[in-house]
Design a protein around this ligand. Structure first.
Ligand SMILES: *Cc1c(COP(=O)(O)O)cnc(C)c1O
Length: 403
């Protein structure tokens, strides 16, 4: 049983039923709403602490009705790692990385897709389709396989090769499309009447946000219900940032947070695809499609986001910023951070580290502030980026040449 009361249009507040399949309303996403008084009456922090370390430990704050329909690979409770060497290099004394690279399929997409696929399963969907910049397709393929639902995945032709391979490996019907993720989205949309599939595009169905929300719930629990000062989050479609901000609102309403302090949310993009930071800098609530989107941080290659206003609203409500990182900088920071801390930092999170460097230089973050960066994916999935040709050791070894 869930505590969901209804779905609510994020653009105009229209109320919709959660007991049937829903997509967008007025072309914009939906919020899932809960009876939080009822949740508060039955769920305690102690209950949660005693449960298995997966994202399903927050069950009362999640939309699944029937536990038996859950598609799970054990996702959740990723480590929150202190980063003293990386912090020292930036002049920061309290820097942490929430390491989402350790999730099933190697990215935080597993949280959203575990939830979306579980709800689709519960509502009787037999065929799913998704446009993807890479990691979402792999995650959807895995979770669909987990519950025996057919998966169709459409990705740009230059999607990282590991994403192409993993999607097919999990048994999905996977296709390359000559274009960007927005073109893949059009294929899924146009195909719906022909193929009778359910469209799991980012934010087109309401439940991916609820899965991503668990990133915020987990962070709060790991920090003993005291949120950090600043969160840096790499933003593509925006579900992660939107979901986390929703988590903090719900925890506030439940009275579970130790103080009224909310983190400043920093939305980080790549300069080669920066629709949100461009709109934010111009004080706009809606973003223009970003022309000629290119970046090796493939998860950020989303030139038009249907939830643009939800991202910008959250950033502004938090007193945060939406910023971008130059391509060379984000790649250099991902590599530097990985070598300094032993964490497999994806290019997307490299963008966060580069933005963090900018904020430190501007005095926009303080040396003693508690700062959390989300490493949303595993560097190993970006073979094109991390590939290194190692020198061959000549034998017999000339030891004097090795020093
Ligand atoms: C999809 C993706 C992002 C962007 O996430 P959103 O929540 O859609 O903004 C960031 N990093 C990685 C590794 C991704 O796969």
């Amino acid at each position: 049983m869930s505590f969901v009361t209804h779905l609510e249009s994020a653009i105009d507040g229209t109320v919709l039923s959660h007991t049937e399949l829903q997509t967008l309303h007025a072309g914009r996403p939906l919020w899932v709403r809960y009876d939080l008084d009822a949740v508060g009456a039955v769920m305690t922090k102690q209950d949660v602490a005693a449960r298995p370390p997966t994202m399903w430990r927050y069950a009362e704050l999640l939309p699944v009705e029937d536990e038996g329909k859950i598609a799970s690979l054990g996702e959740g409770m990723t480590p929150l790692l202190p980063c003293p060497r990386l912090g020292a290099g930036l002049g920061l004394r309290d820097l942490w990385i929430k390491d989402e690279s350790q999730l099933p399929t190697g990215s935080f997409k597993s949280r959203g897709l575990a939830m979306a696929v579980s709800r689709a399963n519960e509502l009787g969907v037999e065929r799913l389709a998704i446009p993807t910049a890479g990691n979402a397709g792999g995650a959807m393929a895995a979770y669909a396989a987990r519950v025996g639902i057919e998966a169709w995945v459409f990705m740009p032709a230059d999607t990282p090769v590991v994403n192409q391979a993993e999607t097919a490996y999990y048994g999905a019907r996977a296709y390359l499309v000559d274009g960007l993720i927005t073109d893949c989205g059009a294929v899924v949309r146009d195909g719906t009447p022909h193929m009778n599939w359910f469209d799991v595009s980012t934010l087109k169905e309401p439940y991916r946000i609820e899965g991503k929300k668990t990133m915020g719930l987990e962070l709060a629990e790991q920090l003993d219900w005291e949120l950090p000062d600043v969160i840096l989050y790499p933003t593509g479609g925006g579900t992660g940032l939107i979901g986390m901000w929703k988590a903090f609102a719900e925890l506030t309403e439940l009275g579970w947070l130790a103080s009224s302090r909310r983190p400043r949310m920093i939305s980080c993009q790549a300069a080669g695809c920066a629709p949100i930071s461009t709109a934010w800098a111009a004080n706009e609530r809606f973003a223009e499609p970003f022309p000629n989107a290119t970046t090796a941080a493939s998860g950020l290659r989303v030139p038009a986001a249907v939830g643009d206003f939800m991202i910008i609203d959250a950033v502004n409500a938090s007193g945060g910023q939406a910023r971008s990182a130059a391509e060379d900088d984000l790649l250099a920071w991902a590599r530097r951070g990985s070598a300094l801390e032993g964490i497999a930092i994806a290019p997307e999170a490299g963008a966060c580290l580069s933005v963090l460097e900018q904020l430190v230089a501007e005095g926009a973050v303080g040396a003693d502030e508690r700062i959390v960066v989300y490493n949303t994916g595993a560097a190993q999935k970006y073979l094109e980026v991390i590939r290194t040709d190692l020198p061959t050791l000549p034998t017999p070894v000339d030891w004097s040449a090795l020093s």
